[in-house]
Ligand binder design. Sequence first.
Ligand code: NAD
Length: 272
Amino acid sequence: MTQQPGADDPTTAPDAPVCRRLVGRTAVVTGAGSGIGLASARRLAAEGAHVVCADVDAAAGESAARETGGIFVSTDVTDAEQVAALFATAHDTYGSIDVSFHNAGISPPDDDSILTTGIDAWQRVQHTNLTSVYLCCQAVLPYMREQGRGSVINTASFVAVMGAATSQISYTASKGGVLAMSRELGVQFAREGIRVNALCPGPVNTPLLKELFAADPERAARRLIHVPMGRFAEPEEIAGAVAFLASDDSGFVNASSFLVDGGISGAYVTPL
Ligand code: NAD
């Protein structure tokens, strides 16, 4: 039997009470305009944080900032100058950067099997998913070191810890890089009050995924069979993990591969 979140479930209903663990904190969210980033921006704001929404899509980013009462900074996370300007703006506006959620990423269709993926697709995905995390960490860590505190959350994926025969080779390699980089940074800066964790979501029920699987149910079934819970995650469930990692409730969680995958990576045989 699958367990669906919904209005009857007090933990996931839209009006479920949230705690206010982030009052007075400032959180930067990259890719805040859509999906996991948008759900996380909403959740961090609901917990009291000032949210700095960064996105390359100005309309989506502005809308996220309006909704969360924060600010929008137009940012292409592959551009070092724009990334530096993002964190300078966040710090100038709110006086601290307590949480930095490096979430922007892409998963384009021309990144596929190693046998067919060209160098352009390979590099585009590496730049957007991995180099961006390097740039964001490099830019935010000096602020956090100065403050003597901070929580960095880098988005990897469950594919960083397990292989898929439905390959997206550059995506998987980029997320493996995010995982290793996050672990190393978490260790290096641990005694300066800074925690760095790699968030590893399982497949999430995004509009793109819904559309793809509505058109091709066999493709959905091939994946769902591996998920013990029998469903994909809702963005709000990933946002809940982001808020935990952002807050002091996760004070001893550092350098982790923080899996939010419905048990996929722990499963050999799943329930019928
Ligand atoms: P999404 O496509 O819904 O949102 C991504 C956002 O990032 C968009 O608003 C987009 O405009 C922005 N963005 C893309 N390139 C950018 C750039 N160069 N600079 C700034 N912003 C940029 O994606 P999502 O499904 O919410 O995924 C978010 C993150 O979670 C990604 O890193 C993704 O790899 C990861 N992830 C997603 C899933 C999933 O099933 N959706 C699973 C595991 C990990």
